[in-house]
Design a protein around this ligand. Structure first.
Ligand SMILES: O=C(O)CC[C@@H](O)C(=O)O
Ligand SMILES: [Zn+2]
Length: 565
């Protein structure tokens, strides 16, 4: 499956979590369910029957053969103001980079390196596909500067690209834009083990940066499923949120400085190492989440916290969304500063995961439950953390907030529990495709969007009551995400992309979100997928100011065109 190789498995905690209870000989994890039947570890979920996907479909070796099309692309035409790439252009870049890129021109591959352009033209979901003929891989900021200046003078459009793990088509070309990849810019430039300030090239892989920090006793303040492939520069350009924003905050807070190249070749050196600096506009913030539309990030300075010494993970089954809300409130109240993740998954998400990947064993003997949550604590005192988490779990089980749960006892179990959550996006398009919505909502409204979307698709005759019914294009509606950050991932898994499904979902989903003052993009960005919908989350005044900023930084519009601004 293509996406698996793009999404290398994450390495979680450096140190194994403390054993909370002796391991039972047969159990993979320690059950923490209340031992008395009155509190009920196994509930009969007659109202929410388990959903299963037929084995024949679920066990297919790879993704469905459905051809991913450009159906969901907004109507866009190539902008004639952009020049076509010529042989002279290629010759210029070839001389500049001395072999550091690959090029295909007029169908003839002109080898500058062994790579092919194809992987740079499509995203890992195989939903977006451009027609770029030229991929450049500069090895330094100066080379990026020369490339952008040349492109600006020649009016050649450019797409900056990191690990290409995005989900909204933001880092792939639409037409023949030149891809400028950060893959050869991968040096750690500076680290201070007193302040925790790390300065890295934009192309450093997130996991590599984190491993570097682990050796020094620090942690990168961002973690996500794609950490084995994504680049730090791309993370910052999309303002990635990830799994521990609850604990470490947003990149808008932890990034201290950036180095970026503006379209005219100017190098903006703002690689501050200071946590406090109130001297005028904070320009770096425009690049964090700017999606490469006003310049290309070439290096990042970031404040990294101490690596936690003890990490514990619990996986719980919950009977209702209201109880999940209570569990979250209690987790915050009782675990306080050691709470580092609170992730939620609904039953369809878990059922799909287990249908597609039966090897990802179910952590709970009981169930299925309508909801599951994964709670992680990260702290500096293993005994203290274990005690806190134990007390919390006893409390929520006793009060019947939570129906059942397990606690990881070692690193292997901890990873296995995280896999229950991290595996969902990777299987979401297994049946053929997926419509993805990454939204911020008030917590109390969060799951209502999933229910309403499912009902709407059923009412429209696009989804059946059973997911085995292949006469409907929709397989199922999945709700999961970073509950701790009020960030829902609504995934509509489909057997095939279908205009009727798309029309049923959009703008319905966006209107629904706007109706509760949510955001249509919590962490994935707007890219190409949501370019026409920014008005559901931003006022006309703000969009107008964004356009003026774009004009100021990029008057020729060469940076990542056709995207949100
Ligand atoms: O694919 C998705 O919808 C979510 C991906 C990612 O943001 C996650 O939280 O796993
Ligand atoms: Zn996410």
């Amino acid at each position: 499956m293509a996406c698996r190789s793009r999404l290398a498995p994450a390495i979680r905690a450096a140190s194994a979590p403390k054993l909370l209870r002796p391991a039972a000989a047969t159990a993979a994890t320690t059950p923490i369910s209340n031992p008395t039947p009155s509190t009920g570890t196994v509930r009969c979920l007659s109202s929410t029957p388990a959903r299963r996907i037929r084995t024949t479909q679920a066990r297919r070796a790879g993704p469905a053969a459905t051809k991913f099309t450009t159906d969901s692309y907004p109507e866009i035409k190539r902008d004639p103001k952009f020049a076509e790439i010529t042989a002279e252009d290629v010759a210029y870049f070839k001389e500049l980079l001395g072999g550091g890129g690959s090029a295909v021109l007029d169908g003839v591959t002109q080898e500058l390196a062994a790579d092919d352009v194809e992987p740079y033209n499509g995203d890992w979901m195989r939903k977006y596909r451009g027609h770029c003929k030229l991929v450049l891989k500069p090895g330094s900021t100066e080379e990026v500067s020369k490339i952008l200046k040349y492109c600006n003078d020649r009016k050649l459009a450019v797409v900056p690209q990191g690990g290409n793990t995005g989900l909204v088509g933001g880092s792939v070309p639409v037409f023949d834009e030149i891809v400028v990849s950060t893959s050869r810019m991968n040096q750690v430039r500076f680290f201070d083990d007193v302040s925790g300030v790390l300065v890295v090239d934009a192309g450093v892989v997130l996991e590599v940066a984190d491993q570097f920090l682990a050796e020094k006793g620090y942690i990168f303040p961002l973690d996500l499923g794609a950490k084995g492939s994504c680049h730090v520069g791309g993370n910052v350009a999309t303002n990635a949120g990830g799994l521990r924003l609850l604990r470490y905050g947003s990149l808008h807070g932890s990034v201290l400085g950036i180095e970026a190249v503006l379209p005219d070749g100017t190098i903006l050196n703002d690689l501050s190492r200071l946590r406090k600096d109130n001297t005028g506009y904070d320009l770096k913030q425009l690049f964090i989440g700017g999606e490469g539309t006003i310049g290309m990030i070439t290096a990042v300075s970031i404040h990294c916290p101490q690596r936690p010494k003890a990490v514990n993970v619990a996986f719980l089954g919950v009977d209702s969304y209201d109880k999940l809300l209570v569990a979250f409130r209690e987790a915050k109240a009782q675990l306080g500063e050691i709470l580092s993740a609170f992730e939620m998954m609904d039953s369809p998400s878990q059922e799909l995961l287990h249908a597609v990947r039966p090897e990802a064993k179910r952590p709970l003997d009981s169930g299925p439950y309508p909801f599951y949550c994964l709670i992680e604590t990260s702290g500096s005192n293993a005994d203290h953390d274990a005690e806190k988490l134990g007390q919390f779990l006893e409390h929520v089980l006793e009060k019947e907030v939570v129906a059942d749960g397990v606690l990881a006892q070692d690193e292997t179990q901890l990873r296995a529990l995280w896999a229950q959550r991290e595996g969902i996006p990777e299987v979401s398009n297994h049946a053929g495709g997926v419509y993805k919505y990454d939204v911020s909502l008030p917590l109390r409204d969060l799951y209502r969007l999933v229910d309403d979307t499912r009902q709407r698709l059923r009412d429209a005759g696009l989804a059946g009551a059973s997911i085995d019914d292949e006469s409907f294009p929709v397989v199922d509606v999945l709700g999961y995400g970073h509950m701790g950050d009020s960030n829902l991932h609504l995934n509509v898994a489909v057997r095939r992309y279908d205009k009727a499904v798309e029309r049923c979902l959009e703008p319905f989903v966006y209107e629904w979100i706007a109706g509760v003052q949510g955001s249509i993009s919590a962490e994935h960005g707007l890219g190409l997928a949501k370019k026409n919908y920014i008005g559901y989350s931003q006022t006309a005044t703000k969009i107008g100011l964004m356009r003026q900023l774009k004009q100021l930084y990029d008057p020729n519009g060469i940076m990542n065109p056709y995207k949100y601004v």
